[in-house]
Design a protein. Structure first.
Length: 176
């Protein structure tokens, strides 16, 4: 993976060995890489298949001018395939027999609320559970939001997580 400012030469690169069985691969930017300044970045992800063929993807990332005390959601799912553990996912489609969890990093102490909304923005009477846990680093906490999928009909939904004046909206779909 290579991360580069749009129009800039400074870049951060990582190379890791990925097994076919790996479901999640993480890349982190370290302090020794230098500080990433606010702005637009191009991220290039290149994979090489076992037979040597390259597969690539470009993404655009935007780092805001001012950091927020409530970070972006990480989607997780639990199903028969994952057993009792939650696994990160980039796929926002869930089946009714799965469990949906959102995790958002925060360094604020304000209380957190979460609400489930339908595609029209109407709050649903389906309760979501909000808990928190400390990150291993001790530098921040994770807001954990568990969303029951079983009572939902196939459609588009959103979870709105609010802490103080900050809000994050995470959309997902219940598939038939």
């Amino acid at each position: 993976m290579t991360l580069r400012p749009v129009g800039g030469d400074v870049k951060v690169s990582r190379q890791v060995e990925v097994a076919l069985s790996d479901r999640v691969v993480e890349f982190e930017v370290r302090e020794t890489d230098g500080r990433l300044m606010p702005g637009n970045y191009s991220a290039q992800l290149q994979l090489t298949t076992p037979n040597g063929n390259p597969i690539g993807e470009f993404l655009r990332l935007i780092l805001p001018d001012a950091p927020s005390s409530l970070g972006e959601s990480v989607l997780l799912r639990r199903s028969a395939a994952t057993g009792q553990r939650y696994a990160r996912t980039a796929d926002p489609r869930f089946r009714r027999n799965e469990r949906l969890r959102l995790e958002l990093p925060t360094d604020a102490t304000d209380p957190v609320t979460a609400a489930l909304r339908d595609s029209r923005g109407i709050e649903l009477a389906v309760p979501v559970e909000v808990t928190e846990r400390e990150d291993e680093s001790g530098a921040f906490r994770w807001v954990v939001v568990d969303v029951p999928v079983i009572p939902l009909a196939p459609a588009d939904y959103a979870v709105v997580v609010t802490q103080g004046s900050e809000s994050r909206i995470t959309a997902f779909r219940v598939a038939p």
